[in-house]
Write a protein that binds this ligand. Structure first.
Ligand SMILES: [Zn+2]
Length: 80
């Protein structure tokens, strides 16, 4: 294998690993929309994690509602 081919192979693997690490694009490097499908028109992903605090991870809920919350029992509970 020539040195040039080694360099090309390394560059290709670097791109592939950037796509694997990136959660904003499909396996071909196209940006995905909020529904995880490629946006239209297609845009090449830069694989950069957004640094703006306004852009949050869409997989993390802003607030997890506490469905099992029960108010603490009071001594004057009418059921007693
Ligand atoms: Zn990406």
């Amino acid at each position: 294998m020539s040195r040039r081919r080694v360099i090309e192979k390394a560059a290709r693997e670097e791109r592939a690993s950037a796509i694997r690490r990136c959660r904003r694009c499909d396996p071909c490097g196209w940006l995905l929309g909020p529904d995880r499908t490629p946006i239209d028109p297609a845009v090449r992903c830069t694989h950069r994690t957004p640094t703006s605090p306004a852009v949050r991870d869409i997989t993390v809920p802003i607030h997890e509602p506490d469905l099992y919350y029960q108010p603490p029992h009071s001594p004057t509970d009418p059921e007693d």
